[in-house]
Ligand binder design. Structure first.
Ligand code: DX5
Length: 237
């Protein structure tokens, strides 16, 4: 199984763009494990978001690592820009690369960790020959482009296939999910084999605040990933 406990990684997509530095500080104070920047070019996906300069400006406000999820048509052109901006993990879409093995190798040559994202319709077979160049596989649980979409349960079978592939490889590869992750769907994704969870709209709208939301997500994922575990709130006093 996963080499670490569940990681909770917020997407800053729902953040107030006019106060990104403070938003990053608040996420760090809430106890998140990393922060994900959803980079969109308006072509690979209809939305347009963060350039490297924005991320570089936010970097000095963070006590946790940054990851860039490049939802762009030409990721090879941008790799160095987002590494220079302070991203320690760069995720490219398999659907946006002609030479995926070369792209992942290039990311590592830049001194950071590599990740490959798969849209819901993309089979896991596309990564089976690049696992030795990959630190993370992101199984999208929505069709990318916007926050606040509904989780696609059909992706759970793919998460299970990825988990089996990673276990068989013996490599320390993280399996991340992104899109529609809530206090309910996180349990399903964790039970299927995911160990890193992106949450945007649910976490930003959780009535108890971000710290309580992060704690709840982590607990739900922990219990789901190890059925023998007893939820903290279920323990007999
Ligand atoms: C792709 C984006 C979203 C965002 C999280 O569309 O990557 O998945 O990060 O979205 P929600 O709001 O569903 O957590």
């Amino acid at each position: 199984m996963a080499q670490h406990g569940p990681l909770i990684v917020p997407s800053v997509l729902p953040a107030d763009a006019a106060r990104l530095g403070v938003e990053v500080e608040e996420l760090c104070a809430a106890g998140v494990d990393r922060i994900q920047w959803d980079v969109m070019d308006g072509v690979f996906v209809p939305n347009l978001t963060f350039g490297p300069d924005v991320i570089a400006a936010a970097r000095r406000h963070s006590t946790v690592g940054f990851e860039a999820h490049l939802m762009v048509v030409a990721p090879d052109e941008l790799l160095g820009r987002y590494v220079d901006a302070g991203c320690e993990l760069v995720i490219v879409h398999a659907e946006a690369t002609t030479h995926l093995h070369r792209t992942l190798h290039r990311i590592r040559e830049l001194g950071v960790r590599s990740g490959v994202a798969l849209n819901p319709a993309t089979p896991v077979s596309i990564v089976e020959n690049v696992l030795d160049e990959t630190d993370l596989v992101l199984a999208m649980t929505v069709n990318p482009g916007f926050g606040g979409q509904s989780y696609i349960p059909a992706v759970e079978a793919k998460i299970g296939q990825l988990r089996a592939m990673v276990e068989e490889s013996g490599l320390p590869i993280e399996i991340e999910v992104d899109g529609g992750i809530t206090d309910v769907t996180i349990g399903r994704a964790a039970a299927a084999g995911a160990d890193v969870f992106i949450s945007g709209s649910w976490l930003y709208s959780y009535p108890g605040g971000k710290a309580a939301g992060v704690q709840l997500l982590r607990e739900r994922a922990r219990v789901a990933a190890s059925p023998s575990a007893v939820a903290v709130d279920d323990r007999v006093a």
